[in-house]
Design a protein around this ligand. Structure first.
Ligand code: AMP
Length: 200
């Protein structure tokens, strides 16, 4: 791959596996925008938009927002100019329906996902980390019950997503336990080994 070809990455892992933090650093290293559907939903809820009102209850309960709504949002986001060098998606696709939608959107440009970074973590450690974050950020709705439910939803609905990409040979498994720096280094090393050189 040349240095100018767009690079299209996904980062997946259980909620609270440190995706957001790693996504920011990774996007910077590859010179692409980090796009998080969770962040977009939270921003809309905060600003009281129509979309925000529609997804508020669903996200508070730890359920997945319907594919139709999420796919429209992503399709719109991927049509924006800053996506020309590629993108890093965080928190999307989360269902097989979303994978199919994304695949068809990219196919229209003769494109495909280059790599899926899968952060592998220990569930109990992640729940502990999330509870701490919820307290720090004042996310009072994030009780242990809701956090554990999100882990279940992740396992039930998104493991098949990883299976699809694994069958395409683009999944890069990375140990997600450790410091931010340790995990970041592991991710970059794994992507370089796949021939995906950082630009920054
Ligand atoms: P996250 O910050 O990625 O954990 O997302 C927070 C919440 O937003 C999730 O619990 C879902 O309710 C919703 N959400 C985020 N991304 C998606 C997606 N790809 N599909 C459906 N719902 C999503």
């Amino acid at each position: 791959m040349t240095n100018t070809a767009p690079i299209r990455l996904l980062i997946v892992g259980a909620p609270g596996a440190g995706k957001g933090t790693q996504a920011t650093g990774l996007a910077e290293a590859y010179g692409v925008p980090a796009i998080s559907t969770g962040d977009i939903f939270r921003e809309n809820i905060k600003n009281g938009t129509e979309l925000g009102k529609r997804v508020q209850e669903i996200t508070a309960q730890g359920q997945l927002v319907p594919d139709s709504l999420t796919n429209d949002l992503i399709s719109d986001r991927l049509s924006q100019a800053d996506v020309a060098p590629g993108f890093l998606l965080d928190g999307y696709p989360r269902t097989v329906g979303q994978v199919e939608f994304l695949t068809s959107v990219l196919e229209q440009d003769g494109a495909a996902i280059d790599a899926v970074v899968q952060l592998v973590t220990d569930t109990d450690a992640v729940v502990e980390r999330l509870l701490k974050r919820a307290q720090e950020q004042g996310r009072v709705d994030d009780t242990e019950e809701i956090i554990r439910h999100r882990q279940e939803v992740y396992l039930q609905e998104t493991a098949p997503v990883i299976d699809v990409y694994a069958s395409r040979g683009v999944v890069v498994e990375v140990d997600g336990m450790g410091t931010v720096e340790e995990v970041a280094t592991r991710i970059l090393d794994a992507l370089k080994a796949k021939g995906l050189e950082p630009r920054n």
